[in-house]
Design a protein around this ligand. Sequence first.
Ligand code: ZN
Length: 286
Amino acid sequence: MPEGDTLARTADGLRPHLVGRRVLNARARGGAQVGRLVGSRVDEVESAGKNLLMRFSNGLELRTHMRMHGSWHRYRPGERWRRPVARAVVTLEVEGAVAVCFDAPVVELFDAHAEAIHPALAGLGPDLLAPAFDQDEAIRRLRDPARATTTIGEALLDQRALAGIGNVWRCEVLFLERVDPFRPVRDVDDATLGRLVSTARRRLLASAGRSVGGAPTPVGGARSTTGRLWVYSRAGRPCRRCGTILRSMRLGREQPRLLTWCPACQGVGTQEGRGTVGMAAGAGSG
Ligand SMILES: [Zn+2]
């Protein structure tokens, strides 16, 4: 699942090859009329949460959303693609480069002026990867009364509160800050909420390579978000910190995602049958 950091790396990797260049050819599967981009210049490539946005000199904007399996690759003209042509949903050719989007379920072309009222973009919370990230606004949105009884584990994935966190960083950040994922947002104090948000931002920036000068990294086959992780996808294995067996369950009403946590480090009680503490094997260092 691409998260904000993956999308930021993708934008950084595509930008030098696309921005300022004319579109020579454009194809899309499905309804998007990307042929309208031919002859225009690529003005901007950027990520917004888990969206990749490209803006063009003729006023059009292309949005792709990667969901679970989408990705953008960049090739030299004539270079062999690493995925089957049949899986390409958008192909953009400019001088010296071909950008191909594979498997993205959302491809849209619209007037860039409409971005402010675009249902999927206008409602996005502050972007954790944006240089001008507004932490107060993110916390204000997390504190929205509509989310009071939502678990913090679900709220962190709500892109309308803050944009960029996916399942990997949701699990990791809750572990790092020792927060019970099942706690309702209203029971999470301000200091803890602030720590969750700033840790998420720091991790995403580091993963996107932004904390080291924003050097672009290759697109496609880019290193995954999952270098060495504390809890994500490690259910059933011992906590790297305390040795307790990590647990997991699907959490979320709209899109249930597999949450993984350490019952001991995150203080998850045994009520409601979750977080039954497995073999607590020795005390690790923090
Ligand atoms: Zn632990």
